[in-house]
Design a protein around this ligand. Structure first.
Ligand code: SF4
Length: 296
């Protein structure tokens, strides 16, 4: 009898019969990123059923979701209402309250977020209609059935004519540089998919960091996009191999090893994971505390 973990339901989705093509590996950027960051976190999220209980919600996730949804809704109101004065209503309507230490901290964070948005929208053309806002783009490769939701896909005119540009909003503490835009597999996969969905070139990817009002950009080439797709396929092969090994009786702990590091303190599964239990616990509001202090 094959050994199977009682908590592991590694379904051999990709197991094909001899001579039959194997099914494509269905993935999103966050699914691939979870495995790259930590195979054990991937297992807890996508393989084990029931999934282990997560820790409490994080305030920084609430903040990010609130700002993202407010910007999404900015584009859903008529152009004459795309003015800074609309932002308090938009942000209040989408504000997620979970994870904050107390109401005072939540208020401070709300005011900061509103300030970021007010500055950000002054740089937007209210008449501009992006190709997509929180738009899911999907495509297939020989191995992957990829889908992902881009924050915004702009239509711009490049040297060769109309182009699509991937825009990703960031609300974390640190500013971002061109290396972050260049190295982001998620942005590259969005660009690769957007080219196929919109049938126009999409090489430029941008990280818009709202707290500092800065934009980190990178111009991909067909080759650099292909390299990122190849890397994503390599990751998918590793995941498929681990899932098959577990389905065949392998030890799930060995096939999906832990990757202890700084991410553990922020991991939703820290309390479940043997490596995570060694890490210093973070308060759910730890990543927004700096907003209460005067700027450095
Ligand atoms: S606590 Fe650390 S090692 Fe454990 S699953 Fe999370 S990131 Fe991986």
């Amino acid at each position: 009898m094959p050994r199977t973990s009682p908590r592991s339901a590694a379904v051999p989705e990709q197991l094909g019969f001899a001579g039959m093509p194997e099914r494509l590996f269905v993935c999103t950027p966050s699914k691939l990123g979870a495995y790259t960051d930590c195979p054990r976190r991937y297992r807890y999220t996508y393989v084990d059923r029931p999934s282990p209980q997560k820790g409490p919600p994080w305030a920084h996730n609430s903040l990010g979701a609130s700002v993202h949804t407010a910007l999404k809704n900015w584009y859903s109101v008529p152009t004459e209402r795309r003015v800074p004065e609309s932002l308090p209503t938009l942000l209040k309507a989408t504000w997620v309250r979970e994870g904050y230490r107390d109401v005072d901290q939540e208020r401070v964070t709300y005011r900061k977020a509103l300030g970021w948005l007010e500055t950000y929208v002054t740089g937007l053309d209210p008449q501009d209609e992006p190709l997509g806002v929180e738009r899911t783009v999907a495509t297939k490769t020989a191995l992957l059935a990829f889908n992902g939701r881009a924050d915004r896909i702009d239509s711009r005119t490049g040297e060769q004519g109309p182009e699509a540009v991937i825009v990703d909003y960031k609300t974390g503490r640190s500013g971002l540089g061109a290396d972050d835009a260049r190295g982001s597999q998620a942005l590259a996969l969005y660009a690769y998919a957007a080219q196929r969905v919109f049938r126009r070139p999409c090489h430029r990817v941008e990280l818009h960091h709202l707290p500092t009002g800065t934009i980190a950009a990178h111009e991909h080439t067909e080759e650099s996009l292909a390299r990122q797709v190849a890397r994503a396929e390599d990751t998918a092969r590793d995941i498929i191999a681990a899932e098959k090994a577990v389905a065949a009786g392998g030890d799930p702990d060995a096939e999906f090893p832990t990757n202890p590091g700084t991410l553990c303190g922020w991991c939703d599964f820290r309390r479940t994971c043997p490596a995570g239990q060694q890490a210093q616990a973070k308060d759910p509001w730890a990543a927004v505390e700096h907003l209460e202090r005067p700027p450095d």
